[in-house]
Design a protein around this ligand. Structure first.
Ligand code: GUN
Ligand code: ZN
Length: 437
């Protein structure tokens, strides 16, 4: 859906409003940070910002959209997802390195064609919105045109998007490699044209240590040092064979994470996917540098990569958000992602509350990205990236919803049983960008 919907003067949405005023305590079912305002009106001003919340019906100066009986949440933030990999989602039978070679790299090569990149970006961004994800940190491909296409698709929908041309100058097939000098020129040009424009931001995008030479990693680090407002995104310590390979390629590094640390790639705007096979020293480095982990439970289960230790992350004190990692992950739905996150923690004998889970894909992710003043909650002044969800879809979920006795029970069942079919409407900066039917 690409058209600009007409913005009336002011909009008010009625429904059951749920957001967070702070980080909920881990595992607590009853938490003061949870703000549940059933049957309230969310007021949105002419600039698409949240103007307030009230129980009384607003006056005729508001266009009223009545979603009474539905759940209204801040739009989800997916902190790690690959645009071109919609074409390989749910590919059978392999672990990370084989999966990249068999499925992912061939699919990404097709994005050399600007028409493929454009159509793929349009399809991807609309798919995000149709899953209730209004902001994302995204990998396109190595091709400059794929980053341009992605930024343009997000811009035309008014979305908050963080992305950057993928850097990879070795250990990748023909048609998927760049070189240091050209890659640097492309990054500089993309940064000038897109970083800080509208709701776009540039991320220096190192695919992962094995596909960049030390020279390219140094170039990426220099870009980050030259402009601390840039983001950085990459993968780290996802799979054991990958970790062994990095140790062979970088024998001087103390660890996989250290390959990035010593090039200056770890900072408060660095988003590293996975982080399953980190050690205590790595966790201290993440905490000290302010870098964050995008936890990708669906992908980690699907590719058999391992179980992320969220408790160790909390104890070390670095930020963790939740991410789909499609196409390693098997759904763009953040409910499905969070449901898998619950199961991963359960396998480690821990319990992820609905509050901790939802916070990691809304306010928590926004804060970790330094965007807490813009997205992630219903505070006055935030942009109105807002999604309206059915509490239940189908007879099993409806019955479960009917018998739920208290709020955590109800929201937890919603989280585990719902997906994109529950989405009724999605707003980006106050404009309707998805409406079911
Ligand atoms: N490591 C390097 N590239 C990728 C990718 O595309 N997906 C995942 N899950 N891990 C990676
Ligand atoms: Zn990934």
């Amino acid at each position: 859906m690409n058209q600009k919907t007409s913005q009336t003067a002011k909009t008010a949405l009625r429904g059951d409003l749920l957001d967070f005023s702070a980080a909920p305590a881990w595992g607590a079912e009853d938490d003061a940070a949870v703000r549940f305002r059933p049957n309230h009106w969310l007021l949105i001003d002419e600039q698409g910002r949240i103007a307030g919340i009230q129980a009384e019906e607003p006056g005729p100066e508001y266009q009223r959209i009545d979603h009474a009986g539905k759940l209204i949440l801040p739009g989800f933030i997916d902190t790690h997802v690959h645009c071109p990999q919609l074409d390989v989602i749910a590919s059978y039978g392999s672990e990370l390195l084989d999966w990249l070679n068999r499925y992912t790299f061939p699919a990404e090569r097709r994005y050399a064609d600007p028409a493929v990149a454009h159509e793929g970006a349009e399809r991807f961004v609309d798919a995000l919105l149709a899953h209730g994800t209004t902001s994302a940190v995204v990998f396109p491909t190595v091709h400059k045109g794929s980053a341009e296409a992605l930024f343009e698709s997000a811009r035309s929908r008014g979305m908050r998007m963080i992305a950057g041309k993928v850097l990879m100058d070795r250990h990748a097939p023909d048609g998927l490699r760049d070189d240091v000098a050209q890659a640097e020129r492309d990054c500089v040009d993309l940064i000038q044209r897109f970083h800080g424009r509208d709701r776009l931001a540039y991320a220096v995008t190192v695919r992962f240590a094995p596909t960049s030479t030390p020279e390219q990693l140094a170039m990426a680090g220099a870009l980050c040092k030259a402009d601390p407002t840039l983001y950085m995104q990459t993968h780290v310590a996802e799979n054991r064979a990958e970790v062994d390979w990095v140790a062979q390629l970088f024998p001087d590094a103390r660890s996989y994470l250290d390959v990035y640390a010593r090039e200056g790639l770890l900072h408060p705007r660095a988003v590293l996917a996975h982080g399953i096979w980190l050690d205590e020293a790595d966790r201290r480095v993440l905490a000290r540098t302010g870098a964050q982990i995008a936890h990708c439970p669906s992908s980690n289960l699907f590719l058999g990569s391992g179980l992320f230790d969220w408790t160790a992350a909390r104890e070390a004190g670095f930020a963790v958000s939740s991410a789909s990692d499609v196409g390693g992950g098997t759904s763009l739905s953040m409910q499905r992602t969070l449901a898998d996150g619950y199961k991963v923690q359960a396998l480690g004998g821990r319990r992820l509350s609905a509050w901790a889970a939802l916070h990691s894909a809304t306010r928590g992710a926004a804060k970790a990205l330094g965007l807490g003043e813009e997205i992630g909650s219903f505070e006055t002044g935030r942009l109105a990236d807002v999604c309206v969800w059915d509490w239940a879809h189908g007879p099993v979920a409806e019955q479960r919803d009917t018998v739920a006795r208290e709020l955590h029970e109800r929201v937890f069942a919603w989280l585990l049983l719902s997906d994109e079919r529950n989405l009724a409407q999605a707003f980006v900066a106050g404009r309707s960008r998805f409406r079911r039917g």
